[in-house]
Design a protein. Structure first.
Ligand code: M6R
Length: 607
């Protein structure tokens, strides 16, 4: 979603702002802009579309000034036009905003009645006018912002500069993250540490409700009650955030290829490779006493959660409820005493997941987050976290974060099974042994990428694609369909294979490829029966299976992709790879913007 950057520098800041905005591109955006103070006066350049358009604006007319803010906008209120692009200005102030001001219509009416003229369709413009109204009435910038913050309802992060105030920038946070970067003689504001990585690795994070007054000499933090606050400076692994594509054409390709390494890294945090035992950090709850798990997440992370459900129920005999966070947060679900709420999120900032987490806390649940960004809001809200060690994921389509989430859930399910006495030590060693082999199996799949490229070519003229899976592989069918539609824009749906006859089979004809995810496990024969039903109606079957599965049924398919045989427990981690590669190559053939597909944002910080 929207990205914010601000710099109090010593040289003209427009080029640095543009550079920082480039690193925020991965969040998803459809227009961008920069405002600086040129000899104390606010000046701005904005452009619809990609940053290259803003760059052209800047090359055409330049923008001086050593104090500035920049923004990538993911449109919520108003089309992605130049006029609606941030920064928004009113007399004496320029504002960049990530989030939504929920009651902006009321505020707009109030201001319009006072004679204010609005020039955009955005919710953000009210903030600029409200602050301006306070400034014109004689308030100092900090007082003006403090008054206005108390009037705002919704989720937001703000960056604000003021005409005539070269050594001042104010940031504020409610619901959307904001980081402060400490340079030698410069100060920075950013939506995340990735934006600030080339400037500094010393970063502090605003807490919920905070605002911060930045000068070149440092930062003063205030909480929502205007009380001075202290926020710790962390040394981030800034160089790790300077992610580049290496030899890959897209971040997504690089991130798919990194999976053997990052899955291995994540597993090494949670299992003892020598003894084949799970080794979780101390938890603030007892698995043995838990009555139920409630897993909430969005998109791909929710499919990781659904896979986890199969594992926890089977190995730990623990009842699990899984729901997408946007539904869960409003349905007032009754939650049991001694329940554990698990939230899963790559970014740790997804608004619905965060809200679901807060609901679970209010209901007295223990809370645990599986997050990739350790400094994120979700990580900070949870009683405990089990991070994934996927490294920065830049492609909008989640790939390596997903398989690392699966790795964490798999370890948790084993730990729960041991604690609850439903898994023996011998079974634990067997399952951990299977997990340890996953990076090798994933590497093996990656070696056959060219075959998946051919399969992708053969399906990408289709209008619709179905994905079928059963049991623990059903979530991989859902994930495969999501991956394909989000990056190739080909319509795809995932179904439990057994559901086919209850409706979806009506869609089958010779133009519909059906991707069947079916390792030779205890459900293989049942899935194959469903596959035959598809074949009988002319459907084009693409079968992902192992050697035995392929030998048994490979000749009745349109295409068969062979996957190394593994313990059925770990198949979801391995079968995730071909569905990712199939989607990736289909998108490349379709010529879409693979890393930043249209309309999508990497981190969905509004509901
Ligand atoms: O950052 P999160 O894991 O909370 O994000 C959740 C979803 O927005 C995300 O998985 C989304 O579905 C991806 N684009 C899927 O590839």
């Amino acid at each position: 979603m929207c990205g914010i950057v601000g710099i109090l520098g010593n040289e003209p800041v427009a080029p640095q702002l543009l550079d920082a905005l480039r690193r925020l591109e991965y969040r998803g955006y459809d227009s961008a802009g920069i405002a600086t103070l040129e000899e104390g006066e606010l000046a701005r350049r904005r452009a619809p579309g990609k940053l290259v358009n803003l760059e052209k604006e800047l090359n055409g007319t330049g923008l001086a000034g050593t104090t500035g803010i920049g923004h990538t906008r993911w449109a919520t209120h108003g089309a992605p036009t130049k006029t609606n692009a941030h920064p928004h200005q009113s007399e004496g102030v320029a504002v960049v905003h990530n989030g939504i001001i929920e009651h902006f219509r009321e505020l707009r009416t109030e201001l319009t009645d006072e004679g204010v003229t609005f020039s955009t369709e955005t919710d953000t413009e009210v903030i600029a006018h409200l602050i301006s109204r306070e400034l014109v009435a004689g308030s100092a910038p900090r007082d003006a912002v403090s008054v206005v913050l108390k009037r705002l309802e919704g989720a937001f992060a703000l960056g604000i500069i003021f005409s005539g105030k070269q050594d001042l920038m104010i940031g504020a946070r409610r619901g959307s993250p904001l980081a402060v970067g400490y340079g030698e003689t410069e100060m920075y504001l950013g939506s995340d540490a990735i934006a600030l990585a080339p400037f500094t690795n010393r970063v502090a994070f605003l807490e919920e409700g905070d605002y911060v007054i930045l000068t070149r000499g440092g930062a003063d933090y205030f909480d929502e009650n205007d009380k001075p606050a202290t926020r710790d400076i962390h040394v981030t692994q800034a160089t790790a955030y300077l992610a580049d594509k290496g030899n890959h054409r897209h971040f997504m390709a690089k991130e798919i290829a990194e999976q053997p390494e990052v899955i291995g890294h994540t597993l090494s945090e949670y299992v003892d490779m020598a003894t084949h035992r799970v080794r979780l950090p101390e938890m603030p709850f007892d698995f043995a006493k838990l009555t139920r798990l409630t897993i909430t997440a969005c998109g791909t992370a929710s499919y990781a959660g659904l896979t986890g459900k199969y594992w926890f129920e089977k190995f730990a005999r623990l009842p699990v409820e899984v729901d997408i966070a946007s539904e869960f947060r409003y349905r007032e679900a009754p939650l049991p005493e001694n329940g554990l709420a698990i939230v899963i999120s790559q970014s740790g900032e997804t608004a619905d997941t965060l809200a679901a987490l807060k609901y679970c806390k209010e209901q007295g649940q223990h809370t645990l987050g599986i997050v990739n960004v350790r400094e994120s809001s979700i990580a900070r809200e949870c009683d405990a976290i089990l991070p994934t060690f996927a490294g920065p994921e830049i492609g909008v389509a989640s790939t390596k974060a997903f398989t690392c989430q699966l790795a964490v859930l798999a370890c948790m399910a084993i730990a729960a099974g041991r604690a609850r006495g439903t898994l023996s030590e011998e079974q634990e060693r067997e399952l951990v042994g299977a997990l340890i082999k996953v990076p090798r199996h994933v590497s093996e799949v990656l070696r056959h990428e060219d075959q998946l490229e051919d399969i992708a070519k053969s399906i990408c003229s289709a209008r619709d694609v179905l994905y079928l899976g059963r049991g623990v592989n059903f979530p991989i069918a859902l994930e495969g369909a999501l991956k394909l539609k989000e990056i190739s824009y080909i319509h795809a749906e995932g179904y439990a294979a057994g559901e086919l006859k209850h409706g979806p089979i009506a869609l089958i004809d010779e133009n519909v490829p059906v991707v069947v995810i079916s390792p030779n496990d205890e459900l293989y024969d049942k899935t194959v029966s469903n596959m035959q039903e598809v074949a009988a109606r002319g459907g084009k079957i693409v079968l992902f299976t192992d050697e035995t599965g392929a030998d048994a049924n490979g000749d009745s398919t349109f295409q068969t992709f062979r996957i190394p045989a593994a313990h059925c427990f770990v198949n979801p981690l391995i079968y995730a790879i071909p569905v990712q590669l199939l989607a990736y190559h289909a998108a490349v053939f379709m010529g879409t913007d693979v890393d930043q597909p249209r309309n999508l944002a990497k981190s969905v910080t509004v509901e």
